[in-house]
Design a protein. Structure first.
Length: 265
C-alpha cells in the first residue's frame, strides 16, 4: 500500500518531509529527509523521511526485512547515505562517523553487542562517558542512577550476569552518560519475555523522553510500542508505507490486519 493511499498516512508523511528551509526546526530534533542507503549494492531503503522531536517517542514498525534497522544504521553513520539529508536541530549531520554523531548529541543503542559483558555496570557507565572528564563522569553516573534507579544496586555486577531487561537498561544508561539530545533504539525488546518487554517500553523508554530527549525506536512488537509512541512510521520493502498517531493507525484496517492481528483492541 502506498503512503498516498494509506489511511491517515499521506498528510503525515508529507508533513515530515516539509519545512526544507529549516524554519521551525527545534534544537535537539532529529530529521531525516529523503534518505536512501544500503550495504554497497542496491539500496535497502529509499527516500525515507522521518523526524523525532524532544520529549517525544517516535516508533518505526514493519515486517522483518523492511529496512527498519538499516534506517537507524544510516542515521547514526554506520552505513553511508547516498541520497538525502540528516539533521539535528539546524545542523547537517549526514554521513558523520558514529563517534562524531555522539559528539553531535545522538546516542545509539544497537540490538546486539549493546554492553561490555566482562565489565561491571559501573565500568560500563564510565565507558559511556569516554568524552567526559573524570569529574563529569562521576556526576553523570549519579544522574543516570537517578533516571534508572534499579542500576544502583547492580554497580559491581558484571554486565554479562544481568538479565536481558537489565542489560537493555544498562545500554540506555551508558548512552545517557553523554546527555544525548536524540536516542536511536534498535529493537530493544528483542528476545525479551512479553512482560519484561512491555515494562522496558512503558518505563525505561518513556523515561528517556520524559528527560527531554527525542526518541526514535525501531520495534517489532507493534502493539506494545504503539502504546508508548507519540507518532509511528510504518515501513515495507525499504520505503515508508504509512504514518500517523497510534490512534490514527489503530483506526486503519490495513494497519490493524497487518500488524495488530486484525484486532483493534
Amino acid at each position: 500500500m502506498s503512503a498516498e493511499r494509506a489511511e491517515g498516512g499521506a498528510g503525515h508523511v508529507a508533513a515530515a518531509a516539509a519545512d526544507d528551509d529549516g524554519a521551525g526546526r527545534e534544537p535537539g530534533s532529529l530529521r531525516a529527509d529523503g534518505v536512501t542507503a544500503g550495504y554497497g549494492g542496491d539500496p535497502v531503503i529509499r527516500s525515507v523521511s522521518v523526524r523525532s522531536d524532544p520529549g517525544r517517542v517516535v516508533s518505526v514498525v514493519g515486517p522483518n526485512g523492511s529496512g527498519k534497522s538499516t534506517l537507524l544504521k544510516a542515521l547514526i553513520g554506520i552505513l553511508r547515505i547516498t541520497q538525502g539529508q540528516v539533521s539535528v536541530g539546524d545542523r547537517d549531520v549526514t554521513n558523520l562517523a558514529p563517534e562524531d554523531m555522539a559528539r553531535a548529541g545522538v546516542g545509539y543503542v544497537p540490538q546486539i553487542d549493546d554492553v561490555f559483558a566482562p565489565l561491571t555496570v559501573r565500568e560500563n557507565l564510565e565507558m559511556g562517558g569516554y568524552l567526559l572528564s573524570r569529574h563529569e563522569i562521576a556526576d553523570r553516573v549519579e544522574h543516570v542512577l537517578a533516571v534508572f534507579p534499579k542500576l544502583g544496586s547492580m554497580l559491581r555486577r558484571p554486565a554479562g550476569k544481568l538479565s536481558g531487561g537489565e542489560r537493555k537498561m544498562l545500554a540506555m544508561g551508558r548512552v545517557l552518560m553523554l546527555r544525548p539530545a536524540v536516542f536511536l533504539l534498535d529493537e530493544p525488546t528483542a528476545n525479551l519475555a512479553p512482560t519484561i518487554a512491555r515494562s522496558l517500553l512503558e518505563e525505561q523508554v518513556t523515561r528517556l523522553a520524559a528527560q527531554g530527549a527525542a526518541v526514535l525506536i525501531v520495534e517489532q512488537r507493534a502493539r506494545a510500542v504503539l502504546a508508548v509512541s507519540d507518532y509511528t512510521y510504518v515501513m515495507g520493502g525499504g520505503e515508508l508505507r504509512m504514518s500517523g498517531s497510534p490512534a490514527e493507525l489503530s483506526a486503519s484496517p490495513a494497519f490493524v490486519s497487518s500488524f495488530l492481528g486484525g484486532h483493534r483492541n
